[in-house]
Design a binder for this molecule. Structure first.
Ligand code: SAM
Length: 217
């Protein structure tokens, strides 16, 4: 069985009893970053062996893990944060397992965009999750223009490198629309900012933003 195990998005206490049980009982844990996951495993006294499975080794390592699964081993897949498969290499391994008829199950838990969507106060019954917007300015602006045709709540991820540029682009495309920026969810400096993009932008310009972000429009 391949177990897709959700892990915390910041607060180490956000892990389910089933996730801990599963991580203890499997033969191997495939981690996006073994050093990062070790902190979680140490916290819960989990001694299971780990191996790396990340963006750049996903093809070769995916085949290797698939071989082990075919021999009857149980493997848990975890990412650096949240639910594997949501914007991380888990997607590739899940598909390999599905193609090869290997049973896959998920141990559900945190994922940053659901936390942000719920905290945003925006309609949650009909929304679009847009992942990460393109890096390049023109492509990002075009993507936002396309998204502006949506009547649904729009949710996407952003990194601190691009947050100011993205807020500028949101201001250009959605001028005046109230948006929500959720930063460092579940962590010590969790912060939710609400208002037009230009207001949030100027507050971040006063104090350079750090951390991880989810934007809700
Ligand atoms: N698998 C993860 C999940 O389930 O949410 C997402 C992985 S993706 C590579 C990383 C992005 O998720 C970050 O750049 C940020 O936009 C968002 N993210 C992850 N943890 C977060 C947190 N604690 N607060 C805000 N955003 C977070």
């Amino acid at each position: 069985m391949l177990y897709i195990v959700a892990t915390p998005i910041g607060n180490l206490k956000d892990i389910t009893l089933r996730a801990i049980e599963t991580l203890k009982s499997v033969d191997l844990i495939a981690c996006e970053d073994t050093r990062h996951t070790k902190i979680l495993l140490d916290e819960y006294g989990i001694k299971t062996s780990t191996t790396s499975y990340f963006q750049h080794n996903r093809f070769a390592k995916g085949e290797y893990l698939l071989g082990l699964l075919k021999q009857g081993k149980n493997i848990a897949l975890v990412s650096d944060a949240g639910t594997p498969g949501i914007l991380d290499p888990g997607y590739h391994l899940i598909n390999l397992a599905i193609e090869q008829d290997i049973p896959v199950t998920a141990i559900p838990g945190p994922t940053a965009f659901i936390d942000a969507l719920v905290l945003s106060g925006k309609p949650t019954h009909d929304f679009i999750f847009a992942g990460f917007l393109p890096n390049r300015t023109l492509a990002r602006q075009n993507c936002l223009k396309e998204l502006s045709k949506q009547k649904r709540t729009i949710v996407f991820y952003e990194s601190y490198h691009r947050i100011l540029a993205t807020l500028e682009d949101i201001h250009k495309v959605f001028a005046g629309r109230e948006i929500v920026v959720a930063r460092e969810l579940t962590k010590k400096f969790e912060e939710i900012k609400r208002g037009p993009a230009e207001e949030i932008l100027s507050s971040f310009q006063r104090q350079s933003p750090r951390g991880e972000f989810v934007i809700v429009i």
